[in-house]
Design a protein around this ligand. Sequence first.
Ligand code: SF4
Length: 189
Amino acid sequence: MRGLFRSGKMDVSDIVQYLYCPRKLYFLKIAGIRISKPKMEEGKAAQEEARGKLRSFARKLKGELLTSVYLESKRYGLKGVLDALVIVDGGAFPVDVKLTRFQSITYAWKMQLTAYALLVEENYAVEVRKGYLFLLNQGKFVEVSISPDDRKALLRIIKEIERLIEEEKYPRTSKSKKCGYCEVREFCV
Ligand code: SF4
């Protein structure tokens, strides 16, 4: 199973894809469908623009700003590149940058931040109780708490993904409005 993940570790983005739709992750990880990532490129350019705001935010928190932080966890078999990390005295706050016009925080984003929290804790030996989503289009930072229940939920999701990869079963799922935006919809029957 591990070999299906490049470098043998699950990427935080795999969790986001799984929560979008388990079948989408099946196509990407088992069927080997590749998708172009225009949104990611757009995201990178936007992240450049965001650096000034991230710097001010870190100053406000009296912390040190790190950007594009690569993190790995041996314990959870997880890896990912975090957009920004603010290190403060006795703690750290992961920050994920989002290009969205919506105000609401999705469950996938919360789980994504929770995954980064686990990675930061293991790599920096600090406790992470909250993180932030930086909604770039709105210039707004939204605080997201990370509770013990969120951690448990994330670990359950990681197990489900491992099972999906191991069993290679085509996941059942119901069509939804997400299908209209899905990059693998042409393969999905
Ligand atoms: S088209 Fe719909 S059901 Fe198929 S993978 Fe995408 S989101 Fe899932």
